[in-house]
Design a protein around this ligand. Structure first.
Ligand SMILES: O=c1ccn([C@@H]2O[C@H](COP(=O)(O)O)[C@@H](O)[C@H]2O)c(=O)[nH]1
Length: 275
């Protein structure tokens, strides 16, 4: 998907919501456990109930890999279902990959060729040759971890060198020599609040994938205040806050209700920038 296609979807839906499919078999409603593939049955119901309120889905690979081969079959069926039924949704593999070049090339094959996903999250720690294999695909995206939502972001990402430059700034500036606004986004945690100002100093126009609203307590208003660009520039993710809105038979309706509420807040933010 191109940047312009994504912006068009955001305008059409009046939403920049990305729903995280972090599906844990231990958390899904009991009545689904008698299905052949409970994880897929859960995802399908969540997707059908929420698709009109979001522009993106983000399955996190950890949740599928944890269930072994069965989990990967559920992942594959989920992706197939999205590609067949909701082809204009931007699908992100939250896999946080990155390795020496030939190994990264295999990860890229997996997620971009085998599963035909739009984007993959990549860890920048191994540098240029670990990231560039993901950038050789037209219309596909690398989403580089820059300033994450967790407490551990202070351990490395927020530390300064002797010129005062912080590691997340170095990652963003250096990686702009490898990719551009058409094939690279950055992960910035919603919990980082005013830090979005500093992010926009080094990445004024790149799209940001922003996890951390909902269960982690990040503020959508603050993210928009400091991080929104003139064409939005944000994909804001919520996983647990939507998919586990209810543990009962009404789980899909409850997910739709929470997704709709976030979409309404997003529409109000988009209204401020006239898109
Ligand atoms: O900095 C980061 C990077 C990735 N994540 C992932 O996003 C979702 C957030 O889930 P919630 O349930 O909405 O908290 C999850 O898949 C994380 O692994 C992140 O939270 N922060």
């Amino acid at each position: 998907m191109t940047r312009q296609d994504l912006i068009n979807q955001i305008k059409e839906k009046q939403s920049f919501l990305c729903i995280g499919l972090d599906t844990d078999i231990r958390k899904i409603p009991e009545h689904l456990l008698k299905e052949d593939d409970p994880i897929f049955a859960f995802n399908k119901a969540i997707i059908d109930a929420t698709a009109s309120y979001c522009v993106s889905y983000k399955p996190n690979l950890a949740f599928y890999e944890a269930a072994g081969i069965k989990g990967m079959i559920s992942f594959e069926k989920t992706i197939q279902y999205l590609n067949d039924n909701y082809p204009m949704h931007f699908i992100i593999a939250d896999a946080k990959r990155g390795d020496i070049g030939n190994t990264s090339a295999m990860y890229a094959r997996t997620f971009f060729e085998e599963y035909a996903l739009d984007a993959i999250t990549v860890a920048p720690y191994m540098g240029e040759d670990s990231v560039t294999p993901f950038l050789g695909y037209d219309g596909k995206w690398v989403i580089l971890l820059a300033l994450t939502s967790n407490k551990g972001s202070h351990d490395f990402q927020l530390t300064e060198d002797n010129t005062g430059q912080r590691l997340f700034e170095k990652v963003i500036l250096k990686s702009q020599q490898w990719g551009n606004q058409e094939n690279m986004m950055y992960v910035v945690g919603a919990t980082q609040g005013e830090m979005f100002k500093d992010i926009r100093n080094v990445a004024p126009n790149h799209f940001l994938l922003v996890p951390g609203v909902g269960a982690q307590g990040g503020s959508l208003q603050e993210v928009c205040k400091y991080g929104m660009t003139k064409d939005c520039g944000l994909l804001v993710n919520s996983s647990r806050g939507i998919i586990y809105a209810s543990k009962g038979n009404d789980f899909a309706e409850a997910a739709a209700k929470n997704a709709k509420a976030l979409q309404a807040e997003m529409a109000a933010e988009l209204n401020k920038i006239n898109i």
